[in-house]
Write a protein that binds this ligand. Structure first.
Ligand SMILES: *Cc1c(COP(=O)(O)O)cnc(C)c1O
Length: 405
């Protein structure tokens, strides 16, 4: 390991001088992680209650995934899809078998998977549904977060995500999240898909009303509209089920996954769909130099096995219930609502609390890392390997912080 005499403030100064200023991180400089814990450059230990926005569901530096990465990196890392490699076919098979879909398409970042899904449903609309060329409409939800590309921010209703980035991509229509009647009213003969996060993560951990997704499924079926669920944050065990839509026994037509698909080691994302949809893609229609590369495929295969074999999904359900129960018992004047599913939990504060940021800063000073989403929500999303004892440790920090003035 490189010996260094730089301290936290030195690293922050370097970023201030050389980095683009598009983030406002907490001032903790992490150099190492293991399981639910991370260490900063001063040697302080923190419990990670964010999990890189649910990308490290399996915990930091999981030894099995690390081993898969090292083993594969020593063999071959990138072939491009000009040639075949011996990891992608197995990744395809294993992911499809685990999720119950007939086909998958591998990409890298979440935003790329969403872009891919949008292209897929549009093409399906033209080639299968028979929508007139150039007329395809996709319905999205208010408060959505699906990534940062120009097309994706074109249907964001967060002014800051759009400001200065136009002109935007046309063909999107917004309805309120959680309102199935509004969806049905918005559908036209040119509607190809409805895009929805089963639980809105960046939107503030918003859980829709019970029965919403079931009704959405039924409406989409009735109007021959594809249901596209973005499970990049809510999927792969985070809410205590493989997919958050499983809480309502809903099977989407198209799903995007990413983040925890690689256990945080490497950017791997994918789109899942059955053959009658995915088959609209022909050679040359879409692609990515790194998508489906053997290193990412080997890492994702092991990340999925670890998730299942180490019962992390079940643990998320049990520990999520325990954590949510403990949080709900705190009688703090600042707390408006505690909500979520499994280990995706939002604590919404009253406007009078002075913003979530100061609570996150106070928790950091006590050894627990989490991040506000929007101004008034603290998101708690620890790795799915967390134990009851760890949660008790966390609650010894969270409780006094939520009770501070
Ligand atoms: C994080 C996220 C994305 C974007 O993923 P990136 O890897 O950051 O591009 C898309 N959809 C949802 C629901 C997300 O939480």
């Amino acid at each position: 390991m490189e010996k260094t005499t730089l301290h936290t403030q030195d690293y922050i100064a370097l970023e201030k001088q050389y980095g683009a200023n598009n983030y406002k991180p907490l001032d903790v400089v992490i150099e190492r992680g293991e399981g639910i814990w991370v260490w900063d450059v001063e040697g302080n230990r923190y419990l990670d209650f964010l999990s890189a926005y649910s990308a490290v569901n399996q915990g930091h530096a999981h030894p099995r995934i690390l081993n898969a990465l090292v083993q594969q990196a020593q063999r071959i890392t990138l072939t491009s899809r000009a040639f075949r490699n011996n990891q992608l076919p197995l990744f395809e098979k294993e992911l499809c078998e685990l999720t119950g879909y007939e086909r998958m398409l591998p990409m890298n970042s979440g935003a790329e998977a969403v872009e891919t899904a949008l292209k897929l449903v549009r093409k399906w609309g033209y080639k299968v549904k028979g929508v007139p060329e150039g007329q395809a409409e996709i319905i999205v939800c208010s408060g959505n977060f699906q990534g940062r590309t120009i097309t994706i921010i074109s249907f964001s209703d967060e002014p800051q995500y759009r400001d200065g980035f136009g002109p935007f991509t046309a063909g999107f229509k917004t309805v309120p999240f959680g309102d199935a009647d509004a969806l049905e009213r918005a559908i036209t003969p040119n509607t190809v898909a409805f895009s929805v996060e089963p639980i809105q993560g960046e939107g503030g951990v918003i859980v829709p009303p019970d029965g919403y997704l079931k009704r959405v499924r039924e409406i989409c079926d009735r109007h021959n509209v594809l249901l596209f669920t973005d499970e990049i944050q809510s999927g792969l065990g985070r809410t205590g089920k493989l997919f958050a839509a499983h809480w309502e026994d809903v099977r989407a037509d198209v799903i995007t996954i990413g983040k925890a698909l690689s256990g945080g080691f490497y950017p791997v994302s994918a789109v899942l769909a059955d053959d009658h949809i995915m088959s609209v893609f022909k050679p040359g229609d879409h692609g990515s130099t790194f998508g489906g590369n053997p290193l990412g495929a080997a890492v994702a295969r092991e990340a999925l096995r670890v998730l299942v074999e180490e019962n992390m999904i079940e643990n998320a359900a049990v520990m999520g219930e325990y954590l949510m129960g403990r949080l709900r018992r705190i009688e703090s004047p600042h707390v408006k609502e505690v909500r979520g599913r499994g280990l995706l939990i939002g604590v919404e504060l009253h406007a009078s609390a002075g913003g979530a940021r100061r609570f996150c800063e106070a928790l950091k000073d006590r050894g627990l890392l989490c991040k506000e989403t929007h101004d008034n929500v603290i998101r708690f999303a620890p790795p799915l390997v967390i134990t009851k004892e760890d949660i008790d440790w966390a609650m010894e920090r969270i409780e006094p912080v939520l009770l501070m003035d």
